[in-house]
Design a protein around this ligand. Structure first.
Ligand SMILES: NC(=O)c1ccc[n+]([C@@H]2O[C@H](COP(=O)([O-])OP(=O)(O)OC[C@H]3O[C@@H](n4cnc5c(N)ncnc54)[C@H](OP(=O)(O)O)[C@@H]3O)[C@@H](O)[C@H]2O)c1
Length: 261
């Protein structure tokens, strides 16, 4: 299946920083109009101006907290009212929490599940039916290499990403003949604000860290190949993900624990 970028509109959640900013930039460079969603409006406006100036696309800014129940439906309504139809959905907004599960703030943990899982599922449900009906476009869900094994010190975060990976691969299968690309992207450590937001030590788990540009390039290569299902960004990450699938679970868990401690 071939994705047309020019003349389509890409919705990118978490566009105010890191991977989201890079997805918006690369998709605009391919000619797509963009809808930029996150909470920090000032950053989204700056990005929108830059993309409109450099690529001649239309960039719409929608400041929104996707960690609140009902936000996905509100976003769909807002876009309908503006007459904007989405051709590419990038479910990228997400965050992690570092530390033992029993020490984590309960409200923050619930917010993470709401954002990383519920908002992603609800947005997919809100936009995928149109794409299937029109046999076009793509849904790109950002998972993580943390999806391939238990993640002690980031137990709930890792489990949210395992959900994203399995959910996305399953609906990619269900829609395999629908002319839509459905892809889970699994980045390993990537240089963004993620570590700071998650409270991860700056010097842990950084080996082989990628840039947002590398992760987005891997995503676009997979889409260009017409690939649905999932893709791991980076050869080293792909090998580690494979190993996690074949090594005994207790061994994999203790390696992850040491990496994330
Ligand atoms: N960096 C890594 O090492 C890594 C590795 C694997 C997977 N990932 C995944 O990659 C995705 C992007 O993260 P990143 O690395 O680019 O981190 P980041 O730089 O911290 O970006 C996270 C983005 O999510 C947005 N966001 C957070 N909470 C939100 C909310 N309640 N409502 C709306 N938007 C919200 C943030 O915007 P506002 O704060 O302005 O709302 C920001 O734009 C995440 O799903 C993350 O789990 C990252």
């Amino acid at each position: 299946m071939t994705i047309t970028y020019r003349g389509t509109t890409a919705l990118i959640t978490g566009a105010s920083s890191g991977l989201g900013t890079e997805y918006a930039t690369r998709l605009a460079a391919r000619g797509a109009d963009v809808v930029l969603v996150a909470r920090r409006e000032d950053r989204l406006r700056e990005l929108a101006e830059r993309l409109e100036r450099s690529h001649g696309v239309t960039a719409t800014v929608i400041p929104l907290d996707l960690g609140r129940p009902g936000a996905a439906k509100a976003l769909r309504r807002d876009l309908d009212e503006r007459g904007i139809r989405i051709g590419i959905l990038v479910n990228n907004a997400g965050f992690g929490l570092h530390g033992d599960f029993l020490d984590a703030d309960e409200a923050r943990t619930a917010e993470m599940i709401q954002l990383n899982i519920s908002a992603l599922v609800e947005l997919t449900r809100a936009f995928l039916p149109d794409l299937v009906r029109e046999r076009r476009g793509a849904v790109v869900n950002i998972a993580s290499t943390g999806a391939f094994q238990p993640c002690p010190s980031m137990a709930v975060y890792g489990a949210t990403k395992a959900f994203v990976l399995n959910f996305t691969e399953a609906i990619a299968y269900e829609t395999r003949d629908a002319g839509v690309a459905v892809l889970a992207v699994c980045p390993g450590a990537t240089a963004t604000e993620f570590r700071e937001v998650s409270g991860l030590h700056a010097d842990r788990g950084q080996r082989g860290s990628q840039t947002p540009a590398e992760v987005v390039a891997a995503t676009l290569r997979a889409l260009d190949r017409g690939h649905s299902g999932s893709v791991v960004s980076g050869a080293r990450n792909a090998v580690l993900a494979k190993l996690a699938g074949i090594m005994p679970r207790p061994v994999v868990t203790s390696i992850a624990a040491r990496t994330l401690a």
